[in-house]
Write a protein that binds this ligand. Sequence first.
Ligand SMILES: Nc1nc2c(c(=O)[nH]1)N[C@H]1C(S)=C(S)[C@@H](COP(=O)(O)OP(=O)(O)OC[C@H]3O[C@@H](n4cnc5c(=O)[nH]c(N)nc54)[C@H](O)[C@@H]3O)O[C@H]1N2
Ligand SMILES: Nc1nc2c(c(=O)[nH]1)N[C@H]1C(S)=C(S)[C@@H](COP(=O)(O)OP(=O)(O)OC[C@H]3O[C@@H](n4cnc5c(=O)[nH]c(N)nc54)[C@H](O)[C@@H]3O)O[C@H]1N2
Ligand code: SF4
Ligand SMILES: [Mo]
Length: 690
Amino acid sequence: MSDATDTHCPYCALQCGMGLRAAEGPVPVSVVERPSFPVNQGALCGKGANAAAVLAPGARLTTPLVRQDGVLRPAGWPEALGRIAEAVGATAEAYGRDAVGVFGGGGLTNEKAYALGKFARVVLGTSAIDYNGRFCMSSAAAGGIRAFGLDRGLPFPVADIPFAGCVVLVGSNPAETMPPFVRYLRELRENGGTLIVVDPRRTRTAELADLHLAPRPGTDLALALGMLHLVVAEGRTDEEFIELRTTGWEQTRAAAMAHWPEHVEAVTGVPLPQLRSAAMMFCDASSAMVLTARGPEQQAKGTDTVSAWINLCLATGNAGRPYAGYGCLTGQGNGQGGREHGQKADQLPGYRKLDDPAARAHVAAVWGVDPDSLPGPGRSAYELLESLGGEVRSLLLMGSNPVVSAPRSAHVAERLRALDFLAVSDVVLSETAELADVVLPVTQWAEETGTMTNLEGRVILRRKAVDAPGGVRSDLEVLHELAALLGRPEGFPTDPELVFEELRRASAGGVADYAGISYERIAAEDGVFWPCPAEEHPGTPRLFLDRFATPDGRARFTPVQHRPAAEEPDAEFPVRLTTGRVLAQYQSGAQTRRVDALNDAAPGAFVELHPALAERLGVREGDRVAVVSRRGRTVTPARLTTAIRPDTVFMPFHWPGEGNANLHTNPALDPVSRMPEFKACAVRLEAVAP
Ligand SMILES: Nc1nc2c(c(=O)[nH]1)N[C@H]1C(S)=C(S)[C@@H](COP(=O)(O)OP(=O)(O)OC[C@H]3O[C@@H](n4cnc5c(=O)[nH]c(N)nc54)[C@H](O)[C@@H]3O)O[C@H]1N2
Ligand SMILES: Nc1nc2c(c(=O)[nH]1)N[C@H]1C(S)=C(S)[C@@H](COP(=O)(O)OP(=O)(O)OC[C@H]3O[C@@H](n4cnc5c(=O)[nH]c(N)nc54)[C@H](O)[C@@H]3O)O[C@H]1N2
Ligand code: SF4
Ligand SMILES: [Mo]
């Protein structure tokens, strides 16, 4: 297929390989298979297969917009950029540099994420930068760093998964969120391995499992402690591994022994025999993996929950050896790389810490600035959104749609409206862009080149396949122009490869070391796994085989205790609401709601509930139902299914307006990761008269 450009999907962290071939008509390319790329071997889900639709000029933004007399009108680039530079300057002058905020996204390429972080620290001189990845995998990242000294979502390639003896998937529904990944689960079972799925709903993924545990939302921490308790009680720990490769076991053991299985059964609602089966399947296997996703992580105790699952792996010797270990299934297209190169509030490129003097000195030297000029760590994503109109008065937002996707979304929209000035760079007119003073139309995946780091830590090259419509510029050009207007004409190249060359140097010697990775190598090798400190270095598909990334090389146990959700059901709000995804829509839906084929498959919001609960409410399939929480009210059709616990309802979060699930979600934050509790809050349901 020589006439197709090899590239990757615009959406999730699997970053499936695909080809793009030039086409006639409003959609300038068509998607074709790229069977040679190893991760997906040609397979695509419907989102990937239909991704080209958003390239049509009718679906995307093609001209800058500026607000005049309350409405957005088309404008030229000089006016749009000039307004931003002026507003940013005025805010900094009146309120100080930290009053200018930046909000980034985990879908941005490594080059963009890097340039955005540099722009905030060097040009704006603000500490007020964070990004939507905080809402995604920050708890897993924090848990991984705490235990292993390093956070790379998967410490092994996905191709290792079929060779584990047992895999526990906790709060992960790849049958809908990463369909081509399901192949690895099927192969696991064909090889004789066992699959355990932990999810309050019997999802399409749970249907594939040998054992499905359906805990109440928000109780995974107790469940993992219960499994560890049983493992210890049955004498199934790996004492030699614990002795040689870990620290902190005694306190962790004591904490687990305080969580009696009978108590765990009462807290989680998982019957004790099932808990016992799960623990024994885990121990009986030759090797075992625990893979978490947003279910256990998007909780106000997400970091401790991740630690509890890691503790189970460590206690049974399932880490630091082939076909075993803990991993997180990262979500956004560049969820991994986006968390490594400096758009996070406390971070510098290479996964360095902003408060580490050596890291500041290294990066400042690459940037040609005084280390003392770099600001300190800022607030986390929700705290940043919460401060809008208060401490932060002007915001530049690139690659997120928080009006739909942030917790307590009505409040967040109110904070965005309270800003003195909002600039949004996006591909489409998202619900957040609709609130902006200036909207910048930027190039998207197929219209530009850049690197992404997939959920395995494999750095890949997403190639340009088609020219963007005139009037559209890239995010790198936007940052270059704004930097120049704000007095820094140098240091923000618009060629992504030049940005990547600088990123390599900035990351060199850091945890996420890209120094040995080049565009050329990526193309020749189907991607390169970090860390890769030198061009002769082969890259690192498997981490921790010899030592963990802690100072003493040992993995660290963390003793954790179960605690309830921040908002438990009560008499007024007796039902648990959890939220998540459906197959055909992506995130806030900004892109996928513009694709007919996907809208036909998933046309709107709904609330999923058990027939027993529906009967008590007098609700039938398709009836409109109000869901009411302390923060909001939604009205959507009811979808009845026995696949969900009767004490729990589920809403996907892809739609704005009266069906927006985030009108309800609770912004209670995890104390370590600052992750909001998207996965558990309390609601009541009311039948709505037709
Ligand atoms: N189709 C589609 N695919 C996507 C995305 C998308 O929006 N749409 N987004 C991408 C991104 S950014 C991400 S982060 C990933 C997310 O991928 P996943 O984590 O697989 O997606 P979710 O649907 O958020 O949550 C997974 C499961 O967690 C369950 N769950 C809810 N509460 C709990 C709980 O308390 N405990 C446990 N154990 N489980 C619980 C839900 O029932 C759900 O089935 O998907 C990526 N892929
Ligand atoms: N209730 C509930 N809420 C959730 C979750 C949940 O499970 N439940 N999950 C959370 C998670 S895991 C995530 S990741 C967030 C995601 O939520 P958002 O941050 O809102 O993610 P997207 O909808 O992907 O928004 C990305 C925006 O960037 C635009 N865009 C795409 N590519 C580019 C680019 O290259 N440059 C620029 N400038 N813009 C671009 C898109 O058009 C879109 O408008 O939602 C979180 N919200
Ligand atoms: S699984 Fe993810 S990367 Fe693959 S085609 Fe679907 S959305 Fe794209
Ligand atoms: Mo995510």
